[in-house]
Design a protein around this ligand. Structure first.
Ligand code: FPP
Length: 247
């Protein structure tokens, strides 16, 4: 039984940093890869739950541009998990579309193994139903790299004479981000005790509400998502202005 605020206080877009897989595994005397495998199962459960409760977008941080620094074995385990998940997602993409949700892979996929690159493209259907939920899976994603990429693309347009520097606005930059067309994340959730965003949705998080908790990602449940959303609903979002009570 979910415990959620009225619709007008619900977030539309929720970002999730899936942290704490390693610690979860270590506490159980398991290899870190067991933590990632459990984390992948939890991601699927939370994605389905987000769809059930009517979110319009969810972005899951699965692999950052810095995660290549991890031991090769761990990187390989993660790439295998992504491959298995994307294979399944590709086989079920039309079912998913009927249920009203679309998967996207965001990040620099050109650095991924070829099979993963092909799957990442193949899972993405053109969105027919604008009311469907979008799930972004961030793989080899970095917020600073995303902004740099946007700047490069804009500079190319200026060079070709398609755009004048004085016409570059925040909207121009937004339209060159991987998340173009989606609302900015209202709420970003980071379990596992770290109090930072770690290069996640750097531009888009300018006004996001942040929610931190000590629970490890593999222990994260739909009730925890409800808890984060209830806390979010109680916050006074001012976007730099004044709150109702200050008028
Ligand atoms: C951070 O926890 C987690 C990651 C770098 C990987 C997140 C990936 C998953 C949950 C798997 C997702 C799977 C699919 C199919 C997309 P950590 O390992 O740094 O945890 P620690 O801080 O406890 O060591």
């Amino acid at each position: 039984m979910s415990n959620l605020p009225p619709k007008e206080f619900m977030p539309k877009h929720v970002g999730l940093i899936m942290d704490g897989n390693g610690r979860w595994a270590r506490e159980r005397g398991l290899d870190r890869s067991a933590g990632h495998a459990e984390g992948a199962k939890v991601m699927k459960r939370i994605m389905d739950y987000g769809h059930d409760i009517g979110l319009s977008a969810m972005t899951f941080y699965a692999f950052s541009t810095e995660n290549w620094k991890r031991p090769q074995h761990e990187v390989d385990v993660l790439m295998d998990l992504f491959k298995d998940y994307l294979k399944e997602a590709d086989e079920t993409k039309y079912e998913r579309e009927k249920r009203g949700f679309y998967l996207r892979v965001i990040g620099d996929i050109s650095a991924l193994p070829l099979e993963l690159q092909l799957l990442a493209k193949s899972v993405q259907l053109v969105m027919k139903d604008k009311s469907a939920m979008v799930v972004n899976l961030a793989i080899n994603y970095g917020g600073q790299q995303e902004i740099t990429r946007a700047c490069r693309q804009i500079a190319e347009e200026v060079k070709k004479g398609k755009l004048s520097p004085k016409d570059i606005t925040e909207e121009t930059i937004e339209s060159h981000l991987y998340t173009a067309g989606l609302p900015a994340p209202d709420l970003i959730i980071r379990p596992s005790g770290e109090l930072r965003l770690s290069n996640f949705l750097t531009w888009q998080s300018a006004y996001s509400e942040l929610w931190f908790d000590n629970i490890a990602w593999p222990d994260f449940t739909p009730d925890d998502l409800d808890r984060a959303i209830m806390d979010y609903a109680k916050r006074d979002r001012r976007f730099g202005g004044l709150s109702e009570k200050d008028h």
